[in-house]
Structures are given as structure tokens and as C-alpha cells.
Design a protein around this ligand. Structure first.
Ligand code: NDP
Ligand code: HSE
Length: 457
């Protein structure tokens, strides 16, 4: 049977998962591909560590370039993470005419343009299924399954760590720090977990989804980013009482060729399917102008789900390489298989033709309009509500409901207001004015509400 040699750089959580999948599912992969994928070399800084998976020690190396410069290796898997040296490893592999598979969303969100152009220039493939949604096949779905659609909106829960934390806090009342520690132990969190909890990882993934949806190269600075560290158990409790759940959402919407791109904790109706996506699970809700609403759901992080996506990319690339065009004198590549055979770049990296990648106009966050939940910490005394509502009114912010449950005369109590649609700019100004009043005892928390996810767009 034909053999296709691949190399793996980065033998950490996901790298170990890939080796497990290739070992455990070798037969089924062969039966589907019609060839044997041979993991010829693995590079990692530490080749002594026991990864809990059987490997021939002879294939281990500490030098990634043993893989990148090996003429017998056709596909390089980069699972090192971070910007450098991952970027150098990928570019050099592409220049050496090897197809690349990566899960590195941080790199693709910031240097995707250069990497995709390099793949196109060298006529090789780049697979990045695992970069968004862990095991969920969202990239292939957007590139191919939804290729006929204009994408109206994307709403995603695309960080497993943040969703794990928010779900535990909602369902079990767990403490932020303890739950984060558990997510780290399970291998969900990034090396720097602030990427997870501050919304940066979600923004990296949103940038990739936006680039696929709209054929662009959005800059991270164009995405409004807010994390979950300010969310208090009190907000989770109030959200439940108002019939909402709090989720860290990645949101993209397109209207009149302008895009809004934002990441922030969001209150969504408790009955919406996204509200019930718990733990490490991710979900991406997409509205396309032909298909309507579709939702993708699955494990968004972790060794095996992520390895599933990485390995699927490898299989996809190997299938392309094995393709013998109709009418070709070659009937079968057989043992003579060489890197560079078959078809490559059947689908461009972002699905759009490279020549059609364009700049899109982004709506400024301050121009957006939506309902808000606002929690004030106020002194419990008469006249407080009228002062606050007066300032909100002067900014054209109309109140939908008010709740003050506790009674602590002269002490601090939470006062919660839910508004009708209001302008973000006015909301920021109103809160800044209110926070300077002496009746306010702590910084005000405000959360955005999305009532009609994917409906009627
Ligand atoms: P890990 O940190 O577990 O693994 C990375 C491995 O690469 C480590 O063993 C690291 O060694 C090694 N490494 C670092 N630099 C080099 C180098 N120069 N040469 C060779 N090896 C090197 O990360 P993950 O497996 O969790 O993540 C890998 C990628 O997958 C990242 O881009 C991540 O964002 C992405 N990803 C991860 C998911 C997950 O659930 N974990 C899910 C989806 C994507 P050392 O530790 O000594 O630095
Ligand atoms: N740290 C990421 C998460 C890994 O928690 O979702 C998956 O990309």
C-alpha cells in the first residue's frame, strides 16, 4: 500500500492526541484514504518525557528542521503554538513545498495573510480545522458546506476554558480561580490563560471565522474584546432571574457591506440553544442567506477532539495528493508516490480566490445599539434610583425593568437595571457620569444583551 510520510512538530497535549489517533484509528484511516500515513518524525524540545503513548524513540528529534528539511516528508503538522518559532516552521515548510496542518489560531489571526499567501505561492495546502472549535468541523463547513451563502451573522461560543468556567459558576456556583485551575489541568487552557479569560483566544478564532465568511484579513484591533473576569456570581444569579444565561460570545454580523466584530460576555435568552452549551463544549451559530440558521456543536478543546480535527486535515491533504486526474497516464501512484503529486489547493485557504480577498469596513463598537443589563453598587437610601434614571434618561436610555432586592439602609446594595435598545456610546458616557456620584460604592458592571440571535437576519 502507498505510504505518505508526515512529520509532527510539538509533542504536547494535542500532538500526543494526534499520535494516539493515528495509532488507534490506523486501519479505518487507511480504509478511507487508500494509503498508509506514516509518522516519520516527531520534534519536541523534550524528547525524554513519557507522553503516555507508544512511539519508536528513533523517530524523536529536538530539531524541527529535521522534519522541515526532510525531502521524504510531505505534510508537516505544527503544534508548537505561539508566534515564533511556529511561524518560521510553517513558512519554511511551505517554501519546501510541504503542506502544513496547524491548530495555531493566535498565529493565523495575526499573520494569516502572510502564511496563506505563502501556501498559495508554493502551491501547497494549509489545513487549520483545529484552530476554531476544537473537534467541530467548522472550517471545512464554512469553506465548502456553506460556500453558496452570504453569511449574515456568526455567534460563537468558541473558548472551551471560558465556557467551562462560566458553566461551572452558573450550574455549581464554583469559584473563578478553582474552575480555571481545573480547565488548565484538563489541557483546555492556553499557555497563558489570560488569553482564554480575557477573550483574546475567542477574538483570534473570530478573526479566522470572519476572514472565511467575508474573504478578508481582519486585524485583531478591529475586534472589540472584553473577557469574563468581571463577571460576579451576582450577575450570574440576576441573569437567571431575568431569564438569561451569560456566555462569552464571539459575534460577527454583516449589513450593507459593513461588519460588526466583537467578543464580550453576553446575556442570551435561557431558551436559546447556545445558552445550553455547557462545559468545554463550543457551538457556532451561523445564519446564511440561503441556508437560514445552522448550529455546530461539539468539544471545543482537549487532546482528542482537537487531534480529531488535526488528523482530518492531514487525511484531506493526503486525499488531494493521491488524486489522479481523469485521463492521466498515471493510473495509481503506487509505491512511486512523491511529494508534489496529485492536486493541491483545490480550495483556497480562505475559500475565496486569493485575488478576491479584500478589506471590509468595520462598524465602530460605540455606534452599535442593543439592550443592556447594568448592575450598580449603591447606597441604600431614598432618591438613588431617580438620580441614576435621570442620567440614563439624559442619554436617551430607556429603562425596561429595575430590581433592588436587598435592604441595607445606609449600606451597599446591588441595583439592577435592564434597558431597551441603547447606543453603546451613550451607555459608556452615562455609566461614567453615574460612577462619579457619591451614591455609587463600586465600579458599575454592564453587560450586553442579545435577544434575537440569528433570527430574521
Ligand atoms: P502544548 O504546550 O501542550 O504543546 C506544545 C509542545 O510543543 C510542547 O511540548 C512544547 O515544549 C513544544 N515546543 C515548544 N517549542 C518548540 C520547538 N521550538 N520545537 C519543538 N517543540 C517545541 O500545547 P497544546 O498541545 O495544548 O497546543 C498546541 C497548539 O494547538 C497551540 O497552537 C494551541 O493554541 C492549539 N490548540 C490547543 C487546544 C487544546 O485543547 N490544548 C485546542 C485547539 C488548539 P515545552 O512545553 O517545553 O515548551
Ligand atoms: N484554550 C482554548 C480553549 C483551546 O479553551 O478553547 C481550544 O482552542
Amino acid at each position: 500500500m502507498q505510504k505518505i510520510n508526515i512529520g509532527l512538530i510539538g509533542f504536547g497535549t494535542v500532538g500526543t492526541g494526534v499520535v494516539k489517533v493515528l495509532n488507534e484509528n490506523a486501519k479505518i484511516i487507511q480504509d478511507r484514504l487508500g494509503a498508509e500515513i506514516v509518522l516519520k518524525k516527531i520534534a519536541d524540545k523534550d524528547i525524554e518525557k513519557d507522553r503516555g503513548v507508544p512511539v519508536d524513540r528513533g523517530i524523536l528529534t529536538t530539531d524541527a528542521f529535521d522534519i522541515i528539511n526532510d525531502p521524504d516528508i510531505s505534510v508537516v503538522i505544527e503544534l508548537v503554538g505561539g508566534i515564533e518559532p511556529a511561524k518560521k516552521f510553517i513558512l519554511k515548510s511551505l517554501e519546501n513545498k510541504k503542506s502544513v496542518v496547524t491548530a495555531n489560531k493566535a498565529l493565523l489571526a495575526t499573520h494569516g495573510e502572510e502564511i496563506f499567501n505563502c501556501a498559495v505561492k508554493n502551491d501547497v495546502d494549509i489545513g487549520f480545522e483545529a484552530s476554531v472549535g476544537g473537534g467541530i468541523p467548522i472550517i471545512k463547513s464554512m469553506k465548502e458546506g456553506l460556500a453558496a451563502n452570504r453569511i449574515n451573522s456568526i455567534y460563537g461560543i468558541i473558548n472551551g476554558t471560558a465556557n467551562y468556567i462560566l458553566s461551572k459558576m452558573t450550574n455549581e456556583g464554583g469559584k473563578f480561580e478553582d474552575v480555571l485551575k481545573k480547565a488548565q489541568e484538563k489541557g483546555y487552557a492556553e499557555k497563558d490563560p489570560t488569553y482564554d479569560v480575557e477573550g483574546i483566544d475567542t477574538a483570534h478564532k473570530l478573526a479566522i471565522l470572519i476572514n472565511l465568511a467575508y474573504g478578508t484579513n481582519i486585524k485583531l484591533d478591529d475586534i472589540y474584546i472584553e473577557g469574563i473576569t468581571r463577571i460576579a456570581p451576582l450577575d450570574i444569579k440576576f441573569a437567571k432571574e431575568f431569564g438569561y444565561r451569560i456566555k462569552l460570545l464571539a459575534i460577527a454580523k454583516e449589513e450593507n457591506n459593513r461588519i460588526e466584530a466583537r467578543v464580550h460576555p453576553t446575556m442570551i435568552p435561557a431558551h436559546h440553544p447556545l445558552a445550553n452549551v455547557d462545559g468545554v463544549y463550543n457551538a457556532i451559530h451561523i445564519n446564511g442567506n440561503a441556508v437560514g440558521s445552522v448550529m455546530f456543536y461539539g468539544r471545543g478543546a482537549g487532546m482528542m477532539p482537537t487531534a480529531s480535527a488535526v488528523t482530518a486535515d492531514v487525511i484531506d491533504i493526503c486525499r488531494n495528493m493521491r488524486h489522479v486526474p481523469a485521463g492521466s497516464p498515471i493510473k495509481d501512484f503506487g509505491d512511486k508516490f512523491k511529494q508534489g503529486m496529485g492536486i493541491k489547493t483545490r480550495v483556497s485557504p480562505l475559500s475565496y480566490l486569493p485575488s478576491e480577498i479584500k478589506k471590509v469596513e468595520i462598524n465602530n463598537m460605540e455606534s452599535l445599539e442593543m439592550p443592556y443589563y447594568i448592575r450598580f453598587s449603591v447606597i441604600d437610601k431614598p432618591g438613588v434610583l431617580s438620580k441614576i434614571s435621570g442620567i440614563l434618561g439624559s442619554h436617551n436610555i430607556s429603562i425596561s425593568s429595575v430590581v433592588q432586592k436587598d435592604r441595607k439602609v445606609g449600606g451597599a446594595v446591588p441595583l439592577v437595571i435592564v434597558t431597551h435598545d441603547a447606543k453603546e456610546k451613550e451607555m459608556r458616557q452615562a455609566i461614567s457620569e453615574i460612577d462619579s456620584l457619591d451614591i455609587i460604592l463600586d465600579k458599575t458592571v454592564h453587560l450586553r444583551i442579545e435577544e434575537n440571535i440569528g433570527a430574521g437576519e
